[in-house]
Design a protein around this ligand. Structure first.
Ligand code: MV4
Length: 514
């Protein structure tokens, strides 16, 4: 029984979580801490999933394909009506950034735990977002704010900004429909293919031009705004370590951001959010170049995968505050007192086979050891027996660590990754171990292009399966020899059994035992 009075004033008493996996669990945990009942929704493939069992109630919303379940707004609203939920949290992905769904939730008389539909719309179009940013005095990459009419106009615009330029889809995001153009003679074909890709991906062929920024970092600012006019920023996340527009490792703070730059970028993000009429948690993405110039790219109008690193360095529970804000509460924080403390790193643990070019891996989790100990957080959606298929995103869990300094956080992540054991599917664990051992990653001197250039060397240093087997056998033999020597000299001392000796020997040899 809860006895605190603080949360008893919450206007939300039952919240439906319109998502699955680790983020559904994250939201359910926040609900439980706030004394709010939770409703899970699930597809046929997720009938036995963790988020279903952890929620107070659960409703089946259809077959495994997301297009027939997690993406069907009507099914989710039905589930809310049937269970008497009074609020909906969309998590990330799925329906989280669909303006029509935010509107439908509101029109059904439910509380939407997210930004106003109008703010989602304002930031959904990249050209509209650029126009809005320019009007608010927010620095954007030099370029156009409206779609190109044809290749002739594209050439004129490119001439004014100078090559290389980048063609981008107005409806885009995530790199689809993007083309780098180095000279005028590439422009015509690049424009045609960018338009074709944009039409295919977004049903809209509008493409615009930006000056191409070479070798920047991806730094994003978390914002949090309430319905009473308070808009705060919670500092930055460094997200430059990504592959094919998928982030792999995120940190807070960024090694490239000084307190002075943080204050300026934070004020910029707050200005962009205010201009969009933003409320709730959101993120402004920036490119940060080598000279400390930063450019607003886009705003993500949802809670993001990497939100935990910000939670750890600020001590502010973003998901709880999303819910409290949706319920009309005031943010009780003062901007000047939100200062990042220590260092947090997140590794995305995916069911992708690092040693086979990150090929998606499927199967049933047969064994799972979750890291713990000082400064370790596991935001996961799997357990032994979980089936990992191809219907949904391959992210199984996020391993997040917190320590006093960046070096200590990297050491801690390395230790936590060594503890992590997952059997049944191939995972990205080995990739992350190699990253934590990499001198360039540790130096922090990286850009958004760094990882893809690094990957061949990172994979190459892996010994072959046969070499590993031979080394493990050698290590086990050495362990057995040592054990016998100890036994002979000290019959009174207990010696480790074979498995323990093997484990220790492998560790001494620097081998991973799974
Ligand atoms: C850019 C850029 C360089 N110059 N814009 C990629 C996805 C979309 N959010 C914007 N992106 C970029 N826009 C200009 N003018 C480079 C990227 C980019 C990128 C940005 C953030 C994180 C990873 C990236 C990987 C490749 C390219």
């Amino acid at each position: 029984m809860r006895t605190t009075s603080l949360t008893d004033r919450l206007v939300i008493s039952k919240l439906l979580v319109a998502n699955r996996g680790e983020i559904a669990l994250r939201v359910i945990r926040a609900c439980r801490e706030l004394g709010i009942a939770s409703v899970a929704v699930y597809s046929d493939a997720d009938a036995r999933a963790l988020h279903v069992r952890e929620a107070d109630e659960a409703v089946n919303i259809g077959p495994a394909p997301a297009a027939q379940s997690y993406l069907v707004g009507e099914r989710i609203l039905d589930a809310a009506r049937r269970t008497g939920a009074d609020a909906v949290h969309p998590g990330y992905g799925f329906l989280s950034e669909r303006e029509w769904f935010a509107r439908a939730v509101r029109e059904a008389g439910l509380i939407w735990v997210g930004p106003p539909a109008e703010a989602i719309a304002a930031m959904g179009s990249k050209t509209a977002a650029r126009t809005l940013a320019v009007a608010a005095g927010v620095p954007v990459v030099p370029g156009t704010t409206s779609a190109l009419r044809d290749a002739v106009e594209a050439r004129e615009v490119a001439e004014t900004f100078g090559y290389p330029v980048l063609l981008k889809a107005a409806a885009g995001g995530g790199g689809k429909g993007m083309r780098v153009v180095h000279s005028a003679d590439e422009l015509h074909d690049a424009l045609a293919s960018a338009q074709r890709e944009a039409l295919n991906a977004f049903g809209d062929d509008a493409v615009y031009v930006e000056k191409y920024i070479d070798g920047p970092r991806h730094v994003e600012i978390q914002v949090l705004g309430d319905t009473h006019g308070t808009m705060l920023h919670l500092g930055e996340r460094e997200c430059s370590v990504q592959r094919r527009h998928q982030k792999m490792i995120e940190e807070a703070p960024s090694i490239a951001v000084t307190p002075e730059l943080r204050a300026r970028m934070g004020a910029t993000a707050v200005a962009a959010a205010r201009a969009a009429g933003y409320v709730n948690a959101g993120t402004c993405e920036f490119l940060l170049d080598r000279n400390g110039n930063y450019y607003f790219l886009e705003m993500n109008t949802r809670i993001q995968v990497e939100h935990p690193v910000t939670e750890l360095v600020t001590g502010i529970d973003l998901v709880q505050w999303q819910i409290r804000i949706a319920g009309g509460e005031r943010l009780p924080f003062v901007q000047e007192l939100i200062v990042p403390r220590g260092w947090a790193i997140e590794c995305r643990i995916t069911s992708e086979d690092f040693q086979n070019g990150f090929l998606p891996s499927t199967g049933r989790i047969t064994s799972l050891h979750i890291p713990s100990g000082p400064g370790v957080r596991w935001d996961g959606g799997i357990e032994v027996g979980s089936d990992v298929g191809l219907f949904y995103d391959p992210m199984l869990a996020k391993l997040i660590v917190y320590a006093g300094t960046r070096d200590a956080a990297i050491d801690r992540m390395h230790r936590a990754l060594l503890e992590l054991q997952i059997e049944g599917v191939e995972t990205s664990r080995e990739f992350h171990l190699r990253m934590m051992e990499d001198a360039e990653f540790r130096s922090g001197d990286i850009t958004i292009q760094w990882l893809e250039a690094k990957l061949p060397a990172l994979s190459a240093i892996l010994p072959s399966a046969n070499d590993l087997r031979a080394a493990v056998i050698a290590a086990a033999l050495m362990a057995e020899r040592d054990r016998n020597a100890v036994r002979a000299a000290r019959p009174d001392v207990s010696t480790p059994d074979g498995a323990t000796a093997w484990h220790r020997a492998a560790r001494v040899e620097g081998l991973r035992t799974a």
